[in-house]
Design a protein around this ligand. Structure first.
Ligand SMILES: Cc1ncc(COP(=O)(O)O)c(C=O)c1O
Length: 284
């Protein structure tokens, strides 16, 4: 089936879509984005993703080109038309095209687009090889709560990890850990689930928030507090989470085996609870 894109109100073949050379998204990464997961033909956690999109827009003084409710309706219709059962939807808003100038243009029409891609369904809970992590210095800006398209520092970090044969980079600042290149980080220590607070160095991950919610439901104690590297090094369980990866248990970190080198019991229970929340919402 031909891949389509919704761009500035029109639905056209993805291969025919283009943006202007002077689009500020292209020249300055002056834009924000979201990635949602589609399960059984339905978007998961659409409301939280669009709320975060609105906060990201606010964070860069960009007016949403469309009311959230209308955008949600357009996305639902598009997903239905795309007919993808297991997939992702990528959405981006840039400040639009204008003469190249760092100062915000007085008049520019934002570029809004989204498109769907199929993905291979994830493996069963607790199965598959765990992720191996590499520590990298946190060289990003201090507004990581904005889901900005300016991802070069994250991309360099992730590639540094790949070069070392690792799956994901963990950002380290002195003794503190924040999050990963494209996922949030959790540790399980003394039967407590711990993650760093969102803010200058941590994106308010939608999966992170849902995991904190399901943890409370299944009776796992949670703590949101700054994460020290030494606490994480001695944790029994470690996992990363994101929309596209759900939960992936961590098997190795900087070459050392984490815990006993298998997926921990609490990680497994949390992933099962997350899958249940997904199944409930998406009618699976
Ligand atoms: C830097 C960063 N942190 C965390 C996440 C996880 O966020 P979410 O659960 O909303 O996908 C992502 C996702 O892309 C990310 O890029």
């Amino acid at each position: 089936m031909q891949e389509l894109i919704w761009i500035n109100g029109k639905i056209i073949p993805l291969s025919e879509a283009h943006v202007a050379i002077e689009d500020r998204g292209f020249q300055f990464a002056d834009g924000v984005y979201e990635v949602l997961r589609i399960y059984g033909g339905r978007m998961f956690a659409l409301g939280p993703h669009l709320d975060r999109l609105a906060r990201s827009c606010d964070g860069i003084s960009l007016q949403m080109p469309m009311k959230i409710e209308k955008l949600a309706g357009e996305m639902r219709e598009f997903v239905e038309r795309a007919g993808v059962r297991d997939g992702s939807i990528y959405l981006q808003i840039s400040r639009g095209a204008s003469l190249r100038n760092p100062v915000f243009p007085i008049k520019a029409t934002p570029t809004l687009l989204f498109y769907v891609r199929s993905v291979v369904p994830l493996p069963g809970v607790g199965t598959g090889a765990g992720a191996s992590l590499l520590s990298v210095p946190d060289e990003r800006w201090h507004r990581c709560w904005i889901k900005s398209t300016a991802l070069l520092a994250n991309i360099l970090a992730r590639n540094a990890a790949t070069e070392k044969g690792c799956d994901e980079a963990v950002f380290v600042d002195g003794e503190m850990l924040s999050e990963c290149g494209s996922s949030n980080l959790f540790i399980v220590a003394d039967n407590q689930l711990v993650t760093a607070p969102v803010g200058p160095r941590v994106l308010p991950g939608i999966t992170r928030e849902i995991i904190l919610g399901v943890a409370a439901e299944i009776g796992v104690e949670t703590q949101v507090r700054p994460l020290r590297r030494d606490a994480a090094v001695s944790a029994n369980e470690l996992f990363i989470c994101s929309t596209m990866r759900e939960i992936i248990w961590v098997s190795r970190w900087d070459g050392r085996t984490v815990g006993d080198g298998t997926c921990g019991a609490i990680t497994r229970r949390l992933h099962q609870a997350l899958r249940k929340a997904i199944a409930n919402e998406c009618n699976l």
